[in-house]
Design a protein. Sequence first.
Length: 189
Amino acid sequence: MKTSIKAVTTLAGMLVLGVVFGGSASACVPLFALKPAAYAASEGASLVLAAHQQEVSPIMGMWKFTFVSKGSTGIPDGTLIDSGYATWHSDGTEIMNSGRAPMTQSFCTGVWMQTGEYTYTLNHFAMSWDPTGSMYVGPANIKENITIDYSGTAYAGTFTIMQYDTKGNVLQTVNGTITATRINVDSSV
């Protein structure tokens, strides 16, 4: 009997604490199960608080990528534009470690969105410096449209890089193809 009374008392106490400290949380969701919040931009550039979904997408993870020129004015098709590593995160962000010299800015970031079952789009920004690393050239905007293969170990698609000067004028546009292979704990150089 003492065990039953203790169990009922404990349950009642937990319910009271849930009501007092639960705030606006749903009564159906335990406080420890709430996912972290993320800010999402909506129309009109206002920020709204949106529940962050911890869904797993095939794009998430680390990739070894290669950019090759195709259809770019003044750059022969097949010219290696860049290569390196990119990591796509569950929160819709991406970070790239470019093969560029560090003094010219080799790390840059982007945001991605899934557009179909195996297709994605990436909007990526970089800060570009001259070859000596002493003069800021301006921002570069890299846009990718890619498709992951059904095995989830590779992707391919197209990219466009628009290099701007510090006043927002386009200095150069480079188009091409991107290929990538997934990096995992067993990958080697």
